[in-house]
Design a protein around this ligand. Structure first.
Ligand code: PHE
Ligand code: ZN
Length: 877
């Protein structure tokens, strides 16, 4: 480990001080088609000990008047010829990351030679070295604008070309991979220790989907025959120590391939599909054509080392990247403003896939919980932006939960509005019309609207930032037996944007009979005016209305409920998601009284006490979710002013304590009903494990006698990581006497496994009683590594789950030091960490002022355009 530390220092020391980009704003309205198309690209990448040489040949054809514009960053240009003739410096212009050739003929062959240095590329964008020592490997990350760090190229998503890639390297790297099919491989005759491979990708693709890998990896192989009869070779590449953790991912890949055939009529189009696991990666994974590159955390899974939650998300991410093959790759984005075109639709597709692998209610609960905690917070603060932004300085700053998760919600609303058959007709039309093209959100809506023109009205959801608030009430007239529901919508006016318009908001509604608890009527209400009334005839008695079933729109609901109505719905709703939603409404009414009606905790506690025993045996996973109390961060997101982290924490913990005590008699019974079993990967077994962990934590909270021993026994006898880590986490958070010994045992046991050691870091960094000193010592631990984003996140992102510790002078000092440190070496990660501080201005004084001073100080000390853009938004400058 110490060599990794030393390498990290050296790499940091060699980074240039100031990046070469000018902080220009790019606007959607300025979009212009490229003057030249690229027909074919042939790349020859030779990797050497301390650099790489890239030779490329581009065949370009003029489309319209204008210059040839190539982008390039951190490249050393060695040679440039056009149609066989060397171009001297007077024939082109090079500035601000662009190489421009004017007066080019209509058909051009450019030959370009550059030198790059993947060994010192710590930004993990372009061609870079991951790992260190004998484990080092070389991979690419090109989305969104990393290809320009490999060679000069019209690096924009609307330029599609056929790529042929030759890789050449020392034989210590036996694995040479690139997109498409392997054409040829062999030894270098003049250099006996070197070899090469040539790959050809027959599909037209934008440069952001280019990938190559030079490494020493093991491979897990399988195959899949598509509905069209194509036999596809499936390969998952990983370090030899990790290869036994690739089965879950492989199975998920096959399941995804089949799911896309059944649900969207989409079959895979190449003979080979490769996945490569990389330990240093900024994001989760990347959908490069035929050669996905994955963060190890998002592909490796084994019962002993991976929690159920992680393992489930491995499957979802495998599906996500696979689904991109049609939604993203075959049909791609015209420009980066259209990012949600591929991401929103693909997230919707992976959520639907996951909903088929477990209870759809629990899937919806988890997706909505994420949306509320992160996207609603983003939409409520200074980083609010439309799902399709209209301008940016650095596109990397827009891989946000608004683009991804709110983008998915829009597709879901459209799918629900159309109904399954018409939605499928629309998506078939989309694939038929735009296959092989780079398109826009308008194109997407136009294809989906073939059966229903109302779909095009959803465009405003893509344009308008802010979360709509839907409020309403009901009136019942017994004489005419009519129920009238009045709903209105309001969206905050985000500065810099037009005044908000009413959006089309589908509100799935059911009326429940108070006597029988049965559904009297069900209807999808479409709220598309500022205020509207909806009437239901023939309603024999005043019902309880359940709204926004399955979260039919990404809005905040503010309905005139009595606590008793919510308790009634917890009992009688047939929609599992809504049972959870009413528990969350009750909790919010207790904890955030200034947001509306103040609730009496007794109604909530009594309703749960009644529901839990039955539900625990029927659907353990749903039962576990009903005990959710929103995190401190999520509660904070709803507070717009004078946010006091200590107060929120105290109130939250107070309610948690009350809940644990109110149901104290149930914990022992439940815990004993859920004995440890040998590991099984079924929805039911996962539900049992989830509920057992929640019950254990409740029991410890309520001081149930013997609960400390249950935790230790659960740890000692665990059959899988969910059980072991659940026990460890509970022991750490409740400071059970020998929690430290268990932490040490955990470390010893899993020392060789980076992903488990990430868990070890994060359980400490997010502990209820964490403070700045603990974080400091974790950052100084020998296993801490600044160049591995997973490790940085395991401490720093985990720390943000404890706002009382984060929003202190010491906490902010540490947090902003990390940002300053990464600003240079990995600006994308630095900027993402900075964005978490966006809600500083909601803090109560003196914290607000303290945070403000701190952020202004950061502004003086950073240089990346990534962090500057985020800071300017966060500070409102
Ligand atoms: N396109 C990737 C995905 O969502 C995410 C990603 C973006 C990865 C940028 C790397 C860099 O599947
Ligand atoms: Zn994606």
């Amino acid at each position: 480990m110490s060599t990794a530390e030393n390498d990290a220092q050296i790499i940091n020391a060699e980074m240039p001080d100031v990046p070469l980009h000018a902080p220009n704003k790019i606007n959607l309205k300025d979009y212009q088609k490229p003057s030249f198309d690229v027909e074919t690209v042939s790349l020859d990448i030779k990797l050497f000990e301390d650099h790489a040489q890239v030779d490329s040949i581009l065949k370009m054809v003029r489309q319209s008047a204008g210059d040839i514009v190539l982008f390039g960053e951190d490249l050393e240009l060695l040679a440039l010829t056009m149609n066989g003739e060397a171009l001297t410096a007077e024939r082109y212009e090079q500035s601000a990351g662009k190489l421009t050739i004017s007066d080019a003929p209509d058909e051009v062959t450019l030959a370009i030679q550059v030198r790059i240095c993947p060994q010192t590329n710590t930004a993990l964008e372009g061609f870079y070295m991951a790992g260190s020592g004998d484990d080092r490997m070389f991979v690419t990350q090109c989305e969104p604008e990393g290809f320009r760090k490999i060679t000069f190229y019209p690096d924009r998503p609307d330029v599609l070309a056929i790529f042929t890639t030759r890789l050449e390297a020392d034989k210590r790297y036996p694995t040479l991979l690139a997109n498409g099919n392997l054409v040829e491989a062999g030894d270098m005759i003049d250099a006996p220790n070197r070899h090469y491979a040539i790959w050809h990708d027959p599909t037209n693709k934008p440069s952001y989907l280019f990938a190559c890998v030079v490494a020493d990896l093991d491979v897990l192989t399988d195959s899949y025959t598509t509905s069209e009869g194509r036999e596809v070779l499936l390969e998952v590449y990983a370090k030899s120590a990790d290869i036994d953790k690739c089965d879950v991912g492989m199975q998920a890949l096959k399941d995804s391939m089949q799911w896309d055939e059944v649900n969207y009529g989409r079959a895979y189009d190449l003979d080979r599909y490769m996945i490569v696991a990389v330990s240093q990666f900024n994001m989760g994974a990347m959908e490069n054509k035929g050669l996905n590159i994955f963060n190890t955390a998002c592909v490796l899974s084994s019962p002993e080392t991976t929690t159920d939650t992680r393992s489930f998300s491995v499957k979802a991410i495998i599906a996500h990247e696979y689904f991109h093959n049609w939604t993203g790759n075959r049909i791609t984005c015209r420009d980066w403003f259209q990012l949600c075109l591929k991401e929103g639709f693909t997230v919707y597709r992976d959520q639907s896939f996951s909903a088929d692998q477990q209870s759809s209610a629990v899937q919806r609960i988890d997706d909505v919980a994420t949306l509320r905690a992160h996207q609603f917070a983003e939409d409520a603060g200074p980083l609010a932006h439309p799902v399709r932004p209209e301008s940016f300085v650095e596109i990397n700053n827009f891989y946000t939960t608004t683009v991804y998760e709110k983008g998915a919600e829009i597709v879901r609303m459209i799918a629900n509005t159309l109904g399954a058959d018409h939605f499928r007709k629309g998506t078939d039309e989309y694939f038929r019309r735009y296959d092989g093209q780079a398109v826009t959100v308008e194109d997407f809506l136009s294809a989906l609207s073939i059966t229903n023109s109302k779909v095009e009205d959803f465009i405003d959801w893509y344009r308008q930032p802010g979360t709509p608030v839907v409020s309403g009430h009901q009136d019942y007239d017994s004489a005419t037996q009519t129920l009238t529901i009045t709903l209105s919508q309001q969206t905050r006016h985000v500065s810099g944007f037009d005044a908000p318009k009413p959006l089309p908001i589908p509100v799935a509604t059911a009326l429940f009979d108070k006597e029988s608890g049965k559904i009297m009527a069900e209807r999808m209400l479409l709220l598309d005016q500022a205020t509207q009334t909806f009437t239901f005839e023939g309603i024999s008695a005043a019902p309880v209305v359940s709204l926004l079933r399955d979260f039919s729109a990404p809005v905040q609901l503010n309905y005139d409920y009595q606590d008793e109505d919510l308790a009634f719905l917890l009992k009688h709703e047939t929609n599992g998601f809504n049972r959870w939603q009413v528990t969350q409404m009750l909790v919010n009414r207790i904890l955030l009284p200034n947001q509306g009606t103040k609730s009496d905790p007794d109604v909530y506690l009594a309703a749960l006490a009644q529901t839990l025993p039955v539900l625990a045996s029927e659907d353990a996973m749903l039962a576990a979710r009903l005990l959710d109390i929103p995190s401190a961060q999520e509660l904070a997101a709803a507070i717009l002013k004078d946010y006091d982290p200590e107060l929120v924490k105290a109130q939250r913990e107070g309610l948690y304590q009350q809940l644990a005590e109110a149901l104290k008699d149930q914990w022992e019974v439940l815990y004993k009903q859920l004995p440890l079993q040998s590991y099984e990967d079924s929805a039911e077994a996962r539900g049992t494990r989830a509920l057992r962990n929640v019950v254990l934590d409740m029991a410890l909270t309520a001081n149930v006698e013997g609960a400390g021993e249950w935790a230790q026994q659960q740890y000692d006898n665990a059959s899988c990581m969910t059980e072991r880590f659940g026990a460890l986490k509970a022991m750490v958070n409740h400071q059970v006497v020998n929690a430290d010994e268990y932490l040490a045992e955990f470390y010893e046991r899993f020392q060789a496994d980076d992903l488990v050691i990430d868990l070890w870091f994060s359980v400490q960094a997010s502990a209820d009683n964490v403070n700045a000193d603990v974080i400091k010592s974790l950052l100084e631990h020998v296993d801490f590594d600044w160049n591995t984003p997973n490790r940085v996140r395991s401490v720093i992102s985990a720390f943000t789950s404890q706002p009382t510790a984060l929003w202190t002078q010491e906490g902010l000092d540490i947090y902003t030091d990390v940002i300053k440190k990464l600003d240079d070496s990995n600006p994308m990660i630095a900027s993402r960490l900075l964005q978490v501080l966006a809600r500083w201005n909601t803090l109560a004084e003196p914290r607000r002022q303290m945070a403000h001073v701190q952020l202004l100080d950061v502004q003086q000390q950073v240089s990346s355009k990534h962090v500057h853009e985020s800071l300017n938004s966060v500070l409102g400058t």
